[in-house]
Design a protein around this ligand. Sequence first.
Ligand code: SF4
Length: 280
Amino acid sequence: MKVEIIEKKVETILRPTGINLAPYVVNPYQGCAFSCLFCYAQFSKAAQKEERKWGEYVKVKVNGLEILEKELNINTPDRVLIGSTTEPFQPVEKQYGITRGIIRVLNQRKIKYVIMSRSMLLEEFIEELDKKLCDSVYFTVDAMPESIKRKLQPYVVSSEASISLVNQLNAKGINAIAYFCPVMPFLYNSLRDLKCLNPGVKAEFEIVNFQMAGMKKLIGTIEQISPETAKNYRKMCRDQLFYENVMKDIKNDIRRISKERDDDVIIHTHVYAEYFKNIY
Ligand code: SF4
C-alpha cells in the first residue's frame, strides 16, 4: 500500500495519558503505516478527523524534538511512554529519526521510559536503550498463520522473529516483555510460541477487544478466513454469558501453559460491553 508521508509542526508532543505505564506519552508520528485492522488508534479523535484512511498516511512531527525539550524544561515527568497511538519504529523512522532523538533526549535528562512496539526496526536501537532508564519494552508477539496475518496485519513480522527479538533484548539487559496481542480465540493458537521464550522472560496477554469500534469490520474480514470463528465472534458480541465463558476458558489455557514455564502471568481481558477497562 502506498503511504503518504506528511511533515507537520506541532505545538505539543508530551501528553498526559490514561495508560498506566507512565503519566505522559510521546507519539513521534501520527498515523501508522502498519495499518493493523484491529488497531485502537484508528478510532482516536485525531484519526477520525482525518480524510485519509488509516494506514495510508503518516504525519511526521518534524519539530517534535525541539518542542519536547521545551516541554521538559517546564515539566519533567518521572517516566514517559513512547508510542501509544502510533508505531514509533515504523519505516519512516529510518528517514526522520524522531524516535531516536526522543530516546536520546530522555537518556540525557535521565528520564525513565517505557516503549510499546511491534516493529523489528527496534533491533537497530538496542544500543541506544539505556538499561537503567528503559524501564520496559512491551513488544507485541502473535502466532498468526501467514494467511491470516496478510489480512489482519500485513506489515508485521512473524511471531518467531518477534520472540527472538524479545529474547535478544533481555539478553542485552533490557526488560522486554513478550506482549501476546491480540489473543484471538477460535481463530488460531495464539499461545503457540510461548515455549520459545527464554526462561525468565516475562509474557503478558491481551485478548482482542470485542467492544472496539471496528469489530464489525474485523468480523467481516474473519468471515472470509473462518466463517465458524466469525459466527462465534458475533455471538460473543451479543451474548454476555458466552463471552464470559470464552474468556474464562482462555484465561485457564494461558495459566495452564504458563505454569509449565513457572511464570506469574498477567492477562488483560476486556469487560463485556465496556471499551477500555483493561490495565497494562
Ligand atoms: S503497529 Fe500499532 S499503531 Fe500501528 S497500526 Fe498496528 S496496532 Fe496500530
